[in-house]
Design a protein around this ligand. Structure first.
Ligand SMILES: CC(C)(COP(=O)(O)OP(=O)(O)OC[C@H]1O[C@@H](n2cnc3c(N)ncnc32)[C@H](O)[C@@H]1OP(=O)(O)O)[C@@H](O)C(=O)NCCC(=O)NCCS
Length: 173
């Protein structure tokens, strides 16, 4: 599907809160308690927190747009904005989500290509991300794009402690 990729501005905050919450619930709603989810959304996807993330010069958010509809989004981090300190010369894909009814149409692939292009432009050595150990569909998507599972780390959703795989794609010189 043909999309436009647009840098998210602070004036887009309402749309960003909405798509962040919607895609998170669609992805993780089934596997988590309502209380855990509610607490997670309130803590992570509120206007103040997302505005602060948008203001960080080492983070960028992008919308995938089809016409005027936001059908997906991407958040990338470099330098100290990364959520792990172990990859100083890499770029992190912290969030990549496509709205359910637009999945399997190539939108995620275009967002992933965009992140990799940014990493190359910034002369980063690798692109990495954390993915929930039970999110096998997403892992499959990254594997076919050349990412490898490199290590595990711990992720907390509300009261439950879960494991993420770190997946890494080394970039060519
Ligand atoms: C994981 C995710 C980002 C992938 O995005 P997507 O838009 O569904 O993925 P794409 O359509 O680009 O690619 C997925 C599959 O569709 C195929 N595809 C790509 N373009 C296509 C097209 N035009 N028509 C049909 N299929 C297509 C791809 O080959 C791929 O197939 P494969 O899995 O057999 O390799 C998306 O499914 C998503 O948001 N999932 C829920 C949230 C999530 O898990 N995020 C990751 C958290 S770490």
């Amino acid at each position: 599907m043909k999309i436009k990729i647009k840098t998210v501005q602070v004036t887009d905050i309402d749309k960003l809160v909405e798509i962040s919450r919607q895609t998170f619930v669609d992805t993780f709603g089934m596997q988590n308690t309502a209380a855990d989810l509610k607490r997670y959304l309130a803590n992570h996807f509120n206007e103040i927190k997302l505005k602060k993330e948008l203001a960080n010069p080492d983070s960028q958010f992008y919308f995938a747009e089809s016409g005027s509809r936001v059908v997906g989004y991407l958040k990338i981090n470099v330098a100290a904005a990364q959520t792990e300190p172990d990859y100083p010369h890499a770029l992190e894909i912290q969030r990549i989500y496509v709205v359910e009814e637009y999945q399997q149409l190539g939108v995620g692939q275009q967002l992933l290509d965009w992140a990799i292009k940014k990493a190359v432009q910034l002369k980063k050595t690798a692109v990495w991300l954390g993915v929930w150990e039970h999110n096998l569909l997403a892992q499959q998507f990254y594997l076919q794009a050349g990412f490898l599972r490199t290590q595990k780390h711990i992720f907390t959703l509300g009261n439950s402690v879960q494991s993420d795989w770190i997946m890494t794609k080394i970039l060519e010189e």
